[in-house]
Write a protein that binds this ligand. Structure first.
Ligand code: TIU
Length: 221
């Protein structure tokens, strides 16, 4: 049993690495590249690029320790049968999930834009969770897989802090997982919302989890 102590806020956190997984949330071209879903929503996807190098460093360290790695992808079936009407129609026609874009149909499974960027691509044997919602626990088998493996701690990275990452952290917390967020491995399309989401996670003695960074995790590993 390898137990390590990670410097974090609001307090240091001790984790057993055998019971810890790295979660890499939605590092998809649709969010990080021009012409994807993120840009369609009015955002600058370049704001997410700063996460790539620190995530690469953490993935490498975690793989070197043979720890479990989970990647997630937000997206929908080609017939959109798993996409709520409210998620479709909130934006004008031509700028909706399923509409054609330069990387294929927006946020549709199997299209180029739905894929994970090459820099942090999953290795064979790593779990890839396809999720229809923001929260990675919603309508997926993530909870079952983590429980089967005895995972209780999640090192959480990816995009975006205030949408898919914060909802997944909240979902993890409700299910009894310790969520430890790596701030430099996570980004929002708005730095103010990034900081606000992190502040909410670590407030009130760590109401949803902990906030740390890649340097502290790499030191602990
Ligand atoms: N819009 C936004 O910031 N994010 C999303 O829609 N999905 C994820 O965060 N992955």
């Amino acid at each position: 049993m390898a137990t390590v102590n990670i410097q974090a806020e609001p307090s240091p956190v001790e984790i057993n690495l055998d019971k810890t997984a790295l979660v890499v949330i939605d590092m998809q071209k649709d969010f990080l590249k021009r012409g994807g879903y993120g840009e369609l929503l009015g955002n600058n996807p370049d704001l997410l690029a700063r996460t790539i190098a620190p995530i690469q460093a953490v993935i490498k360290a975690v793989r070197d320790r043979a720890m479990f790695v989970v990647h997630t992808r937000e997206g929908h079936l080609p017939d959109l049968s798993d996409c709520p009407a409210t998620k479709l129609t909130r934006w004008p026609e031509g700028r909706r999930i399923g509409d054609p874009g330069p990387m294929g149909r927006i946020l549709i499974r199997g299209e180029e834009g739905h894929g994970i960027i090459d820099e942090v691509a999953p290795l064979p044997g790593e779990l890839v969770i396809d999720k229809p919602g923001k929260n990675a626990f919603y309508n997926t088998n993530l909870e079952a897989v983590l429980r089967e493996r005895g995972i209780v701690n999640l090192l959480v990275t990816g995009v975006t802090t205030d949408v898919c990452c914060s909802t997944t952290v909240s979902g993890a917390n409700d299910r009894g997982f310790n969520a430890i967020v790596l701030a430099d491995c996570m980004a929002s399309y708005d730095p103010t919302r990034h900081q606000a989401a992190l502040d909410i996670i670590k407030a009130q003695g760590g109401i949803f989890g902990w906030v740390t960074d890649s340097k502290s995790v790499l030191e602990a590993l």
